[in-house]
Design a protein around this ligand. Structure first.
Ligand code: ADP
Length: 447
């Protein structure tokens, strides 16, 4: 096992990773920008290094600074968390070249899965069902028109380098394809520096269901069931639950087995998430994330496994800690992403938290780096915490969630807590009857 792990991230996930390291007796190194000097992940780490000014490009994304921090502290491994450099193949390669272990898959797997066109080709080759779409990149408007016509409208134009729901445009008829194609390309170029786009059939009522996998890098792989992340705004997850209210044991076992066989064939190493859209009983692969996900705690709650400890074990060369037949699911878990945003306009609300009282009790987990007196800097993502509840049944979980939301007090800033309180009063949410468009429709029709 490693002696010292540097955590190349901030906020709740940096803290989450530190907790796993501490339980394993591994020393931790926090890195931070000048804006994060007072952050909890810095306060609780064994050591910390300032890696640059507030802007992410000059700090959390600054590879030379991170390498220097490894060198100064003698860290023997780096955990990238999610976002920032977690899916940067070059970062993984550079670390390995410097004798530092990257806690994640091989750079080759990161690269392949990071390009969504290559990822879909790989998935198809590994017998994973994929969402119907163009064979590769679409270079011209004429090609876009032809492919869309063959596939039938509506279609979705997506960025090959996409992420965070950006560079995605729907064309519902031949009249709108040209504009969608040009806007998607322009957005992709601006956001990712790469204007390659492809086309997919736009599914009208799917759920987003993703499968958590772990591989040992030598051909053994298991799955830890699914997470339903259908409640979304602007293609971004807001609330997640496991298991999915839409799947039965047979469907779960079927897709789980397809995915773990594929991961085993590709000799995947570490944690990964294979994302699908699920419509009319069929699964369609959309992408794979080669890292830990924001919503991983709901899987932890129903499996009893610590996913970060498992990542650390595998990265240090240990085998998977359990076999597929040893994975059991217990009860239900739901996560609400608490963002420092206005609950209706979603305008970011940085500033000082003047009062902080998180909920507690049986089956309650709050992953957050926030505290009373903490000043949320304006430079980063607005996620300030995750409220995760576990219950024997989905209904028990919903009751617990309502109770926790009413107990949670965060003063001084706006948060998305009131939105969740409102949503939990909706019959469709109580019944688990929602698809990826449900929340957008709800927000458009309820002031
Ligand atoms: P990103 O990497 O930007 O998050 P994804 O490919 O993971 O993009 O898709 C994000 C979300 O966009 C999905 O969860 C879903 O809501 C929506 N989406 C993606 N592809 C399709 C599609 N073919 N049809 C309908 N919705 C889609």
């Amino acid at each position: 096992m490693f002696d010292k792990v540097l955590i190349a991230n901030r906020g709740e996930i940096a803290l989450r990773i530190q907790r796993a390291c501490k339980e394993l007796g591994i020393a931790t190194v926090a890195v931070h920008s000048t804006a994060d000097a007072d952050a909890m992940h810095v306060r609780l780490a064994d050591e910390s290094v300032c890696i640059g000014p507030p802007r992410s490009s000059e700090s959390y994304l600054n590879i030379p600074s991170l390498l220097a921090a490894c060198e100064i502290t003698g860290a023997d491994a780096v955990h990238p968390g999610y976002g920032f450099l977690s899916e940067n193949a070059r970062f993984a390669e550079i670390l390995e070249d410097h004798g530092v272990t990257f806690i994640g898959p091989t750079s080759e797997h990161i690269r392949t899965m990071g390009d969504k066109i290559a990822a879909k080709e790989t998935a198809r080759r590994l017998d994973i069902p994929v969402v119907p779409g163009s064979d590769g990149a679409i270079e011209s408007i004429e090609d876009a028109e032809r492919v869309a016509q063959e596939m039938s409208y509506p279609v979705l134009i997506k960025a090959a380098a996409g992420g965070g729901g950006r560079g995605m445009k729907v064309a519902s008829s031949p009249e709108s394809i040209e504009e969608a194609f040009i806007t998607a390309r322009t957005e992709a170029k601006a956001a990712f520096g790469d204007d390659a786009v492809y086309i997919e059939k736009y599914l009208e009522k799917p759920r987003h269901i993703e499968i958590q996998v772990f591989g040992d890098g030598r051909g053994k792989a298991i799955h830890l069931g699914e997470r339903d992340c259908s409640l979304q705004r602007r293609h971004q997850k807001v609330f997640e639950e496991a298991p999915s209210p839409a799947l039965n044991a047979e469907a779960r076992a079927r897709i789980g087995s397809i995915v773990s066989k594929a991961m085993s064939k590709m000799k995947y190493r570490g944690a990964g998430t294979v994302e699908f859209l699920y419509e009319n009983g069929e699964f369609f692969f959309i992408e794979m994330n080669t890292r830990l996900q924001v919503e991983h705690p709901i899987t932890e709650m129903i499996t009893g496994l610590d996913l970060v400890i498992e990542q650390l074990r595998i990265a240090s060369g240990a085998p998977l800690s359990l076999k597929q037949e040893d994975v059991t699911f217990s009860g239900h878990a739901i996560e609400c992403r608490i963002n420092a945003e206005h609950p209706r306009t979603f305008r970011p609300s940085p500033g000082e938290i003047t009062y902080w009282h998180p909920p507690g009790g049986l089956g309650v987990r709050v992953d957050s780096g926030a505290y009373q007196g903490y000043r949320i800097p304006p430079y980063y993502d607005s996620l300030i915490g995750k409220l995760i509840v576990h219950g024997k049944t989905r209904n028990e979980c919903l009751m617990r969630l309502r109770r926790c939301l009413s107990e949670f007090v965060i003063d001084g800033i706006e948060t998305t807590i009131p939105l969740f309180q409102e949503l939990l009063g909706e019959q469709d949410i109580a019944n688990g009857l929602y698809d990826i468009h449900w929340l957008e429709n709800y927000l458009a029709t309820h002031d």
